[in-house]
Design a protein around this ligand. Structure first.
Ligand code: HEM
Length: 386
């Protein structure tokens, strides 16, 4: 069984997933403490399963994680049934008011300016970092704009989010847990202030829409926090992992020069997914792909393993930016399917378009540095030249 903290595994987890898939669709994983689904069919069944849900359990000791637990207990992602339905309808309703279309020209302009900054860095120093200049900057600016987050909270957002999401890793350690709670407390305070401000001065932003939808104060904080975190963490890593994949396959980078961007975006999400693991808890005794899951126990879907399943994808380990049949699970499936998928697709396409037109000779300048995390798979640095 793989070790999610092993550096060799993190560098390339896909051979280990292939070995597991060959042995069967679901396996017990002693160190994760849950069984893991590794085939596309088993992961799909798990995400769609009506007998399985996202059942939130407070981080313990609860007194030490008051703000972290408040954010998650009230987030639509961690709810099921009526509250999930109600909050999801409020967020979907707000998105349907045309925010993604409204932001499109602004997103394209921003991606262009950031790639110009990257080009200026390369011209000045010989190389520049795709993560710092483009991948981390673009999604944070976009989601902060969408929710109308002002400075200085806008600049603090990435730090808060990075600190909080380490709690989703299998074994974050005491220090990272304490940092996650401190970040959560600052985040909650900032969001309460923002919500109060929007109550008095409504604007064009999504927080104003959520205030108008009448959801309660804690739910508003939890849902705004989810949007701000889910709305950028994965997108940062799709751009980073995706550009790395393209630069490791220069022939595919050349194909992308004239290929449609839609299929390329889907392929980058499939080839090296930014989110590797999602859990569900059985609400009654049930099974996934024949594996018994008693009521109250957890089971995980390994999206990276599903993404390379040869039962579903032809030549699964090949990067093919023109791939036509690509039913990847990168945005999830079922009732929790990603609400931000259209926005994420727009952002990744805008970043790729700016890169291919403004820096067609893009190449790796040095080996990238990987973040030492399994669930949120991404890079710390990606030095490029042109
Ligand atoms: C490429 C980038 C993205 C990826 C790969 C991604 C992936 C996912 C996945 C896999 C889920 C389902 C989790 C589960 O089933 O347990 C999800 C849910 C969600 N995502 Fe995304 N996401 C991305 C970008 C975004 C953006 C930009 C936003 C917001 C603007 C967003 C908002 C949400 C929300 C609100 C949910 C919860 C939906 C619910 O519980 O009903 N995501 N996302």
């Amino acid at each position: 069984m793989f070790d999610p903290a092993d550096v060799g595994f993190l560098a390339d987890p896909y051979p280990a997933f292939a070995l597991l898939r060959a042995l069967g669709p679901v396996h017990d994983h002693p160190s994760l403490g849950t069984p893991v689904a590794v085939s596309h069919a088993a992961c799909s069944a798990l995400l769609r399963g009506r007998d399985l849900g996202r059942i939130w359990a407070d981080a313990e000791p609860t007194a030490e994680f008051a703000a972290f637990n408040l954010l998650h207990r009230n987030s639509l992602l961690e709810r099921e049934g009526e509250p999930h339905h109600r909050l999801r309808a409020a967020v979907a309703g707000a998105f349907n008011r045309g925010h993604t279309a409204r932001l499109e020209p602004w997103v394209r302009g921003l991606a262009g300016r950031l790639v110009d900054d990257l080009a200026a860095g390369i011209a000045a120093d010989g190389s520049a970092d795709v993560i710092a200049v483009l991948a981390a900057a673009l999604p944070v600016e976009v989601i902060a704009e969408l929710l109308g987050v002002p400075e200085p909270e806008r600049s603090a957002l990435r730090g808060w989010s990075n600190a909080i999401v380490t709690m989703y890793e299998p074994d974050p350690g005491l220090e990272r847990k304490a940092a996650a709670e401190r970040a959560s407390a600052e985040f909650v305070a900032a969001l309460r202030e923002l919500a109060e401000h929007r109550r008095r001065h409504p604007g064009e932003d999504l927080v104003s829409d959520l205030v108008a939808a009448g959801i309660d104060a804690d739910e508003l904080v939890g849902t705004a926090a989810l949007l701000l975190m889910a709305g950028h963490e994965a997108t940062v890593n799709v751009i980073g992992n995706g550009v790395l994949a393209l630069l490791r396959h220069p022939a595919q980078w050349d194909v992308l020069a004239t290929a449609p961007l839609g299929p390329a975006v889907e392929e980058l999400i499939r080839y090296d997914p930014p989110l590797q693991l999602f859990e569900r808890t059985a609400v009654v005794d049930t099974e996934v792909a024949g594996h018994p899951v008693p009521a109250g126990t957890r089971i995980a879907a390994l999206l990276g393993a599903a993404a390379h399943d040869p039962q579903v994808f032809e030549r699964p380990d090949e990067l093919d930016v023109t791939r036509a049949h690509n039913p990847h699970l990168g945005f999830g499936l079922g009732v929790h399917y990603c609400l931000g998928a259209p926005l994420a697709r727009l952002e990744v396409a805008a970043a790729l378009d700016a890169l291919r037109t403004r820096l067609p000779g893009l190449a790796l300048a040095a080996e990238p540095e990987r973040r030492p995390d399994f669930v949120m798979r991404g890079l710390r640095t990606l030095p490029v030249t042109a």
